[in-house]
Design a protein around this ligand. Structure first.
Ligand code: SIN
Length: 299
């Protein structure tokens, strides 16, 4: 899919030619977008083109970007208001919309090592989980530290009909505190969540199968990170079903591995994907900035 356009160059009075190309790199699930400089304001035509690609592909990769914090935020805001994460110790001073995922910390933020090293969708423990996230790589190790993404439309569509029928009307509980605490148990850089922070993130109940509000496609909406129980089932039965669904979701055919280069920006649709960070040699720096776009109540 390509969009070419000649636009008036308001500054020089000449013409500016920009061509955006969207090339699938992992079937329909992931596409690389070339020919766009995200440091510049996007006019509506280009924004709509990128937005359409986002709905078509779920994961968009933009290579070779050089963004200030303000530019990263401005691009993300084209898709909606931004979340401010509960764990304030990871928020960039002066830019609370930016969550710093850096193993050295930045301007006083707490270091975070393999913070997202479990399958999850971001912040599904909220009543209105985020629409998506925009992750920008500042520094990356020479190898490792990849991010894996899995396609939750495909996870749903490849279930057998009996399982689809069984889960159609089930609801699940999502929780933040347990996962945070589990990660904190072997990470001295994670301060305990305060009672006020925990009160900001009470348990929430979401449907197990979600209809995407923009594409109308159905996706499995459970994740190992934050989904703790099935409302309608006894504990053991619920855990067994969740385990089966988690492993079905992350089979290799559904998974894309992103090998980062500094300057990459990857945005994903949180409503129909999961992701997971992978390990790397901690002698190297890994520093990423994430913005998170507000979403709506799953239906
Ligand atoms: C995240 O879980 O949002 C970040 C993943 C990563 O650091 O690779």
């Amino acid at each position: 899919m390509q969009l070419s356009r000649i636009a008036d160059d308001m500054n020089g009075g000449g013409v500016l030619s920009m061509e955006i190309s969207v090339s699938p790199v992992h079937g329909r699930f992931v596409a690389e977008v070339a020919g766009v400089d995200l440091s510049k304001p996007l006019d509506d035509d280009y924004f709509h083109h990128i937005h359409d690609a986002f709905l078509e592909h779920s994961i968009l990769v933009f290579r070779g970007q050089a963004l200030t914090n303000e530019q990263h935020i401005a691009f993300s805001r084209r898709f909606g208001e931004l979340e401010i994460h509960t764990a304030k110790h990871w928020l960039l001073p002066d830019f609370p919309e930016i969550l710093v995922l850096s193993n050295r910390g930045e301007n006083g933020t707490r270091p975070i090592v393999n913070g997202g090293a479990y399958w999850h969708s971001d912040m599904t423990y909220m009543a209105k989980p985020p629409l998506g996230s925009v992750l920008y790589a500042l520094e990356v190790p020479p190898e490792g530290g990849d991010t894996l993404y899995t396609d939750m439309y495909a996870a749903y569509e490849t279930l057998d009909e009996k399982t689809k029928g069984r889960i159609e009307n089930l609801e699940v509980i999502h929780r933040y505190g347990d996962r945070y605490q589990m990660m904190a148990s072997d990470d001295n850089d994670r301060p305990p969540l305060t009672p006020e922070q925990l009160a900001e993130v009470p348990d929430v109940v979401h449907p197990m199968v979600r209809t995407h509000p923009e594409t109308g496609r159905k996706a499995l909406f459970v994740n190992e990170g934050f989904t703790v129980a099935i409302v309608e089932l006894a504990k053991d039965e619920g855990e067994a079903l969740l385990e089966k669904l988690f492993s079905h979701s992350v089979q290799p055919a559904h998974v894309y591995r992103h090998r980062w280069q500094a300057g990459d920006l990857v945005m994903w649709d949180n409503r129909c994907t999961m992701h997971r960070a992978t390990e790397y040699d901690l002698r190297y720096d890994r520093a990423m900035h994430r913005t998170t776009i507000q979403g709506d109540r799953p239906a």
